[in-house]
Design a protein around this ligand. Sequence first.
Ligand code: APR
Length: 244
Amino acid sequence: GAIGIYKWRYTGLNRWHGKGSTPNFQKIIQERCDTYTQQIRPDSRSRDCQGITQAFMSAFISKDPCKATKEDYQPLIDLAYPTVPCGKAVFWSKTKELAREYAKGRGLLTLEDTLLGFLADGLSWCGEPGSSDLNYQSCPDWKKDCSTNYFSVFWEVLSERFAENACGTVQVVLNGSIENAFDKMSIFGRVEAHNLRSVVMLQAWLVHDPGKPPRDSCSGSSIKELESILNGRNVRFTCRDNLR
Ligand code: APR
């Protein structure tokens, strides 16, 4: 009856509103780690992929999927700190694919070019208290369920470390076809922009979708907001419309 369905909905594996864990999550992590350390960056061959996979799984398995903390991921981050050489980092917000292309064409690197970013790129994951398995049915949605879910906290803590370690001149690719190209609630706006410890200059590129009217520009108020955050940190700032 209705009560049975209610109970099932709120206690079952299906109760969250986000996408469930990616099938074969652990196997994908393991395989990506081997590919990265052996083929993509052979200088990282000494990395312990078994240990890294173990640390990733232990961070969230058997835990309440809404109670993720940065500390849960600390052992994993300690095994593979996200660093790139000075002058090579590219940040993005609502422009992932384009930023990846932009970086690739210029010998620059996004978070997804570091080991942990590469491992988790495009995957979802969450566990379930009292179970050693992942929840493949559903995972918490940031808005509808909880912001402290394991997926979101992972990208936040990894992005924070990535930004802290960026140095020299760095770039950010932003979307000029949306209302606020600089979104202060995004990871770039909330986390990365505030953690640029050794960055001397940030160059912003505002990309306009050729099929859509431009909705924001370098002279718009959202970019002014970014500029003022950077001014407060003594980071020089440039902005150019239209990367295409
Ligand atoms: N694959 C899947 N999801 C990701 C990835 C990824 N490689 N990176 C981030 N995410 C998640 C995060 O939860 C993020 O908030 O998807 C969301 C993407 O949201 P956007 O608003 O497009 O961008 P933003 O929140 O600004 O996050 C991107 O943070 O991950 C870092 O260095 C990265 O500068 C980039 C920024």
